[in-house]
Design a protein around this ligand. Sequence first.
Ligand SMILES: Nc1ncnc2c1ncn2[C@@H]1O[C@H](COP(=O)(O)OP(=O)(O)O)[C@@H](O)[C@H]1O
Ligand SMILES: [Mg+2]
Length: 430
Amino acid sequence: MSTVVLDNVSKIYPGGVLAVDRFNLRAEDGELLVLLGPSGCGKSTLLRMIAGLEEITSGDLWIDGRMANHLPPRDRDVAMVFQNGALYPHRTVRGNLSFPLEIAKADPSLVRDRVIELSKALHIDETLDRRPGTLSGGQRQRVAMGRAIVRQPSLFLMDEPLSNLDAGMRTELRMEISSLVRALGVTTIYVTHDQVEALTLADRIAIMNRGVLQDVGTPGQIYNDPATAFVAAFLSSQQLNLLAPQVRTPQNQYILLDFGPHQITMPWTDPRAYAVSQHTGGTIIVGIRPDALAPVPETYDGPSFQGRVRTLEYHGHEWLAYVEAGLPAVAVPEPPDPRQNGKAANGGTPGRARSMMRRLLSGPEREPEHEPEDMLNGASSSGTHRRADLIVRLGSRPVWRTGEHVRVGVDLNRLMLFTNDGGRIDPPRR
Ligand SMILES: Nc1ncnc2c1ncn2[C@@H]1O[C@H](COP(=O)(O)OP(=O)(O)O)[C@@H](O)[C@H]1O
Ligand SMILES: [Mg+2]
């Protein structure tokens, strides 16, 4: 098995595209490390550098304590699976699985046993005599994974292996990948743009944007304690509320987050108070997940906002309310794109499709709200202030009606506090 260390690794493609920017990361022996980020952020480039398919422009790659920058791919003991795991069309499943072992001149009886064992683990033992053309997409990806792993590499690299499958198959195969690589104990680096895949699969997640590592930690750490506003927004299944209050400290009695029409006070006893007070007189960015907001009675005297319900949205397992509260909102702050060649981030990603859907569903009378996914894709500039609806998770019953004036309770402990350039105000607790 293997450890992988990236030490200040950068990749500049011919033509000047800076695809990976001074990346530092360590994959531990036997770990399932998920590399997460939006389309075009440099994930495949990073994986291909580890595999030896792409030259490293600067920095060092170490595989198992060995300097690997110039190691030929075949000497890295690495196997890779792509989005469209290409199979040999004229060989049966058995022939595809055994091929890498035949090349390595393995003992035929060992080959037979290994192929059967692996096909059982991947639930394709019934298809061994069939050709790839007769298999479903999910079965083909299983064969591709089997073929990659049959030689028991010490490092397994997967580049969005599930993104061409339908949702049901994705979930099923996701669980199987997880149990397979853990049973084999092989160090695995798994690339995806899907935050659910990352959260459910990973031992640890490394999240990147525009070639730059943003955060790394266990799924729980980076979800609950994100290092940047980008990470918080990217990991939110619902849109993250990003607000821009002014910080005041009236008579030094407490900290006032002044949102214009509403204020929230933070007592000095709050562990984050000192860090926030450093921004007195300026603005900060507050991230609030929709489930950190809740309906409260009009008489509620805890931290809250008031507003008018613009739209209610049914999501099957929950309702979301869009509440017009006149709060100043911001886009996800991002550093300027360092790339000279702007082929980057703006593809037709699922995130973009989702936000377009949201716009379509939200009805004609609604003002454009801020769209984190657009911002993640680099479509809007950072720090743009505008009024946005507050998105509130209501649970399984729509306790409010459209047009109703409501009070929204805020869970103070779950406010995420960022500087205007998107870094955390209170350092993550790890
Ligand atoms: N062979 C190449 N030549 C020039 N630019 C490239 C090449 N491959 C990728 N890029 C650019 O590098 C950036 C990162 O791409 P990639 O690693 O494929 O991102 P991801 O896998 O996260 O979608 C993008 O801007 C992409 O257009
Ligand atoms: Mg890619």
